[in-house]
Ligand binder design. Sequence first.
Ligand SMILES: [Zn+2]
Length: 509
Amino acid sequence: MPGVGHVIPHTPLAIDFWYVRKCPGTRLFFLSHMHSDHTMGLTSTWSNRPIYCSPTTARLLRLKLQVKEKWIHPLEVGEPSLLPLDDIGKERLTVTLIDANHCPGAVMFLFEGYFGSILYTGDFRYSPSMLREPCLRANTTIDVLYLDTTNCDPNRTLPSRQQATQQIKEIIRGYPNHDVVIGLYTLGKETLLVELAIEFQTWIEVTFERIETLKVLELPDVFTTDRGAGRIRVVNRSGVCRAAVDKWNQEQPTLAILPTSRPLVSLHPMHVVPYSDHSSYQELEEFVFALKPTSLVPIVGNCVPGSLSALIPGKKRHEILVPQSVQRYMLRESESLLRSTAYTRHYYRHVRPLSPKGVVFEQESAEGEMDTENSENDSDCILVTCENDSDCILGLETWETSALSRQSLGHGIDQDGNIMSDDNNSQHTGKENDQHITDCMSNSPKNDSGSSSGSLPELNGEYLNKLENSIIKDLPFAEEDFKNWGLLPRSFVQQFPLCPLKDPDEDDL
Ligand SMILES: [Zn+2]
């Protein structure tokens, strides 16, 4: 499951996206909040890249994921912050964090820079007060709105959280002799718990793990880990099921309450209450109508209802010119990744000279910004430009050594590096090909021992050189072409082997 994060095209920015090798040009990482679908891929081993988030999220990040302190950069909510977008202090962005009204520490990000204005809501529950935020009031145009579309169904209405809280209170009042179990995720809805504690004058019983989180949040002192100390107990959401409820009722009459916007059926003693920390469709409409963004990107899923899209004025977004200093900034990170140990285990294919475009990056697709799925599919693509006032952009794609060998040999390259015809190739069975691949990889004569090729041998350098030379001979362009055009530095050509472009429709062998 890839999570719900996004890499912002034409920028070195990513939000809630932690697969660094899939976005090598990204330099600044932002975390909207600590729900697990937004931290997927983020671990205690995170290094070399700053993570920007709210102060509360920063504390939770240390506690829950043990991310090293030096990489966590909390930013004050509501105050614009300037962050560098290059190494020379020329290009900067302004980012302002806005309370997302979702869970503790959750924020929206407003980014302003050479790319225009981008508002990334993360998960949020709309409140009219958001539109009164100085940064949103001052901005007349949001170029791209990344919108939390969790509840984006025009056919569903949701009560406000105040109304849902009242519903929960009514249910509990109806069963004065019952204990109450509330199923929650590890973070969120703490305000509801505090309100219930005050209303029913009871401790809220929680696990040791949860109370560690609650301590960080500095909430009113209504929580305890003492079993039996209070009438209301919190358990993990996944722990509320029919069997568990039956078991609890064998010991003591117990109500189970699930505060969630998911369309589940209530069946006494399990009560599902539509208490949601995500905006309802009607709230999203109000938000989009007020902001009138130039374009809209759903954070959850791939599409938005037509009725919501219709609220967008239909203005054309201006072309984005990525400053050269920013391109170099992104490229430097890409190069350092390529040189890292992990990357030296990969080889490169798809060297594809494109039409010279100066410093203008490729236009957005008709669908708008890159979504998570697309970023997955294109995730190994990196943009490469030349060091000196370059006019070229190359797309490189990495692949595993095993894929290289299969691909190359599938095109028909024998052990001596000669290109074979498809006819020759077709004489081999799949099994024979596998053996052939193994032999070529080890660059040794047929292995008389007949040992298994269960583990892939290292590619032999000499064989690789032969392989590359044979492939380069067949390319429709030569290294000389690049040099003549001034498109590619010699060091680059020497560093990265060139391989032919693979037809995307072609089946892998
Ligand atoms: Zn969330």
